[in-house]
Design a protein around this ligand. Structure first.
Ligand code: PLP
Length: 454
């Protein structure tokens, strides 16, 4: 990676126990003002963030191995993004692209069309959140096909609006109590090699076999001709960084293509350099009909996109897609700068380096600690699945202990997975080698400590 300069010192620093007095005071104000329904992982309040550090209001500097859930890949105050945003915000903050269009929206669309897989003509529409992009991808697929059914997968996460929740598979905390959900959503099993059942002959299920299982259910329970879209994350994110067996995604895409079903890759978490490529679809040569992106797209500003076949996106009547803030000019300026930084710093290459460093250290540890069921992931999207020692039963208590102990030492790691037993690592792609190694050392200590009582 080319040399980066940081604004804040890139080192862990604990001045108080966490949370410190200023964070405790803010927490008291918060509980009297903010809905309890909105929870935070960290007990500290943030003052600044840059590169791989988050500095809290008491002056503690934490190592960030979460990037605000895969958002701040270029850093949380990347100078190029800050400059682009400052310039744009001083010129105009908003016109509404549906009223007065501007160049940066077009530039983001051009960039996304160029980087999405496939040589076909593409178009893009911009929105604010990931959930909104998912909802619009489904709208576009239904419009184009005239069909209603949407197929989603076990362990899927697609956001928190009503239709996005309908396609999401985890009840707590996302869906419980919030129904009824949008109809015409069907769920089929995914490919989860670590937890997958065996075939009748005892062999592990291959990717193609897992796809055939899903396709068989779709054909018998829904009927291919009723399916508008098949929606899947190339690697399940919130679901536990589940990398499907090789061949699973291409077989699903082949079936979709053969049956007039729109194949939607939700790359909101996997996209934009995170897995060591522009999009995770590239790893298996997938050419999705529609791709959703968001999280890392605008360097921390809210922006999401649906990118895909021109005939699908241009098929919708004018005015059928949009929203007041969708493709806001400040967010678009941030995205242009973010994508330029990703290219200039070769952040896909950097994601592969980070992934290799994490894998090296954690696979060594996995041979030592038998509550590490699996170390998996792609690029800088790596996870550790924790189990009851000697088996495969999920061990969420151990995951909670590891996250808490790493945090006490000043390292931010997140958990995920249907059973809450997966620790996920999503460092900013601009993190320095030294800081990454320091963060991983703390994580190793936390794993050792939790293993001793597991
Ligand atoms: C985060 C996420 C979403 C939802 O994005 P929001 O911006 O939170 O609405 C959708 N799909 C995937 C795969 C995600 O990781």
């Amino acid at each position: 990676m080319s040399a980066l300069s940081y604004r804040l010192p890139q080192a862990r620093r604990l001045l108080t126990p966490l949370p410190g007095p200023r964070s405790i005071a803010l927490a008291a104000r918060r509980s009297a003002a903010v809905s309890l329904g909105v929870a935070s992982s960290l007990p500290v309040y943030v003052a600044e963030a840059d590169g791989g550090v988050i500095v809290d209001v008491d002056g503690n500097a934490l190592v960030d191995l979460g990037s605000g859930i895969a958002v701040t890949s270029v850093g949380a105050s990347n100078p190029a993004v800050v400059a682009a945003v400052s310039d744009q915000v001083a010129r105009f903050t908003h016109t509404c692209f549906m009223i007065g269009p501007y160049e940066s929206y077009v530039a983001v669309a051009e960039e996304l069309n160029a980087l999405a897989p496939g040589a076909h003509e593409k178009r893009t529409a911009l929105f604010n959140s990931g959930a909104e992009a998912v909802e619009n991808a489904i709208k576009i697929a239904r419009y184009a096909t005239g069909r209603s059914a949407v197929v989603a997968f076990e362990h899927a996460y697609h956001g928190r609006t009503n239709l996005a929740l309908a396609v999401t598979s985890k009840a707590m905390p996302y869906k419980s109590g919030f129904g009824p959900f949008a109809p015409e959503v069907y769920r089929v099993p995914t490919s989860y090699p670590f937890r997958e059942g065996l075939n009748a002959d005892g062999s592990p299920m291959t990717g193609v076999e897992a796809a055939e299982r899903a396709i068989g259910l779709i054909e018998t329970q829904i009927g291919a001709s009723r399916v508008a879209a098949l929606l899947i994350e190339p690697i399940h994110g919130e679901g536990g960084f589940i990398v499907p067996a090789a061949g699973f995604l291409p077989e699903l895409a082949r079936w979709a293509g053969a049956n007039g079903v729109v194949f939607i890759a939700d790359e909101i978490q996997t996209g934009l350099c995170r897995t060591g490529a522009w999009l995770a679809s590239e790893h298996e040569g997938l050419v999705p009909d529609l791709v959703t992106t968001a999280k890392a797209l605008a360097g921390g500003l809210p922006l999401s996109a649906v990118t895909g076949r021109a005939e699908l996106l241009d098929g919708v009547h004018p005015g059928g897609l949009g929203g007041t803030y969708g493709g806001n000019p400040v967010a678009c300026a941030a995205a242009v700068a973010t994508l330029e930084q990703m290219r200039a710093l070769d952040l896909s290459g950097r994601a592969r380096e980070i992934g290799a460093a994490i894998r090296r250290r954690l696979t060594a540890l996995a041979t030592e600690l038998d509550f590490i069921g699996e170390v998996r992931g792609r690029g800088a999207m790596m996870a550790i699945e924790l189990v009851e020692p000697g088996g495969r039963l999920p061990n969420p208590a151990a995951a909670r202990a590891v996250v808490a102990s790493a945090l006490r030492a000043g390292v931010v790691v997140l958990s995920c997975g249907a059973y809450g037993n997966v620790i996920r690592l999503l460092p900013p792609l601009v993190i320095s080698d030294e800081l990454l190694e320091d963060g991983l050392s703390v994580l190793e200590d936390a794993l050792r400590e939790a293993a001793a009582v597991a």
